[in-house]
Structure formats: C-alpha cells, structure tokens
Design a protein around this ligand. Structure first.
Ligand code: ATP
Length: 235
C-alpha cells in the first residue's frame, strides 16, 4: 500500500536519513523505533511531503507521491498526527477538530458523522468541545491531535510518539484507541520510543539509528532480538 523506496534526505549538507526502505501493507500497524534524532520524524515528513528526498521514491497505492505537495498527499489519504500535538491552543476543541476536515469541507454530512465517531472514541472531548485546546491535559491534547487526524478520514495515519510525556495509564488507553482505529480499517505507522507498548500492537517494525534502518522484522522478531531488547526494552 505504502512503499518508501530507498529514500535519503538532507538538511543543508547534513544527510539526516540514508537509503531508507519501508513497506506498509493495508491494515497493518507498523512501528518505527529509535532514539531522539535517529530519523523517524524526517521519514514521516518525507512521506507526508514536507521534506523532499534527494534520492529515492515514495509510492502510495501504486502511484509516486514524493513530488506532490503536502495538502495533496492528505487528499490521497495519508495523514500525519504530529509530535508535540501542534494544536491551535487558543481555538476550541471543536474548531481544532474541524481544521482536520478541511480536505472534505464540502461534505458537511460526512464531517458531522466523523466528528460523532471521534466523540465516541474520546467521550471527554465532547464534554470539552468548547474549551480552548490549550487548556486540556497532555493526554486530552493528544486525543484532539488524533481526532483531528481522523477528521481527514485517512487511509494511513502516521503517529509521531503519541505516548511521549503521558502517564502509563493514559498511554495504555492511547494504544487501545490506536488499535481500535486500526481495526476500523485505518493503516497505522507509529514512531515510538516506548518499544514495549508499540511492539505489542504492531505487526512489524523498523529500528532507526543515526539516519539508517539497522534492524527490521516482525514484532516478535524485534521483541526477541537481543540488541533491540538491550537498547529499547531494557530486559
Ligand atoms: P525525534 O524523536 O527527536 O524527532 P527522530 O528520530 O524523529 O527524533 P529526526 O527529527 O528525523 O529524528 O532527526 C534526524 C536528524 O536530523 C537529527 O540529527 C536532527 O538533529 C536532524 N534534523 C531534524 N530536523 C532538522 C532540520 N529542520 N534542520 C536540520 N537538521 C535537522
């Protein structure tokens, strides 16, 4: 469904990711593991069209997309749920969610239906729908970020460290919702440092180090891989 084919990306003369190959099949949850700065966000930004690779291609549903603009890629069905939430803090929860639906703005009925679904997944957001997004807790802001991504009705949702800074119980709930979204038909690509939780829900994963993929395999393979355990699971 989504294929990252040998891409490399530079910031100025600094090569941030090199020869990256990733394959995501429809219905999967794929996890990208790696420390800060390993290249996960750069990879996401390349898939979503914010970074342009100097080498390689991104193919989505058989079509090359790495030359398309970011808003066009959203229309194709790939949505990125950014790290650090990146909400509009002064705007209400409702307004933030509506922003996610701008690609479908002519379809009012669908927007209403998707919004109802977001409130089913995250009932607390309906209660807080008129509050400024910036007044919500970290976990609730993450829910708004995921809800906003869902409003675009993506085929593929990319989540950049959805668990960062959240309490363990909230992390658990977040991963349950991600699984639920996946079961409902959205393919998920997840960047995480919380390898333990991520590998439990993922089908396969890629381990990033210094801009390279150093290990890849099924979740089970990664879970039992000694170097992965040492670096990311700690047992
Ligand atoms: P994080 O979780 O911290 O975002 P990451 O694995 O997503 O980590 P990237 O953000 O992709 O890693 O960073 C890969 C490398 O590229 C790092 O060395 C980082 O310092 C560098 N980098 C990222 N963005 C830029 C930028 N806009 N300009 C210059 N260098 C950058």
């Amino acid at each position: 469904m989504l294929k990252v084919d040998n891409i490399s990306v530079k910031y100025g003369s600094f090569v941030a990711i090199r020869d990256i190959n990733i394959e995501v099949n429809q219905g999967e949850i794929v996890v990208l593991l790696g420390a800060n700065g390993a290249g996960k966000s750069t990879t996401f930004n390349t898939i979503s069209g914010l970074n342009k690779p100097f080498q390689g291609e991104v193919i989505f549903e058989g079509k090359r997309i790495d030359k398309l603009t970011a808003d066009r890629i959203v229309k194709e069905g790939i949505v990125q749920c950014a790290e650090g939430r990146k909400l509009f803090p002064a705007m209400s929860v409702l307004e933030n969610l509506r922003m996610g639906a701008y690609v479908h703005r002519r379809n009012k009925g669908q927007i209403k239906q998707t919004m109802e679904h977001v409130f089913e997944l995250f009932p607390i957001l309906e209660q807080k729908k008129d509050d400024p997004a910036g007044s919500l807790s970290g976990g609730q802001q993450q829910m708004v970020a995921i809800g906003r991504a869902l409003m675009a009705k993506p085929k593929v949702m990319m989540l950049d460290e959805p668990s960062v800074g959240l309490a363990p119980l909230i992390v658990e709930q977040m991963f349950e919702v991600i699984q639920q979204i996946n079961k409902e038909g959205t393919t998920i690509v997840l960047a995480e440092q919380n390898a333990n939780a991520a590998l439990k829900i993922a089908t396969k994963g890629y381990v990033f180090e210094n801009g390279n993929v150093v290990v890849e395999g099924t979740s089970e393979e990664l879970f039992t891989n000694d170097s992965v355990r040492k670096a990311y699971i700690g047992a």
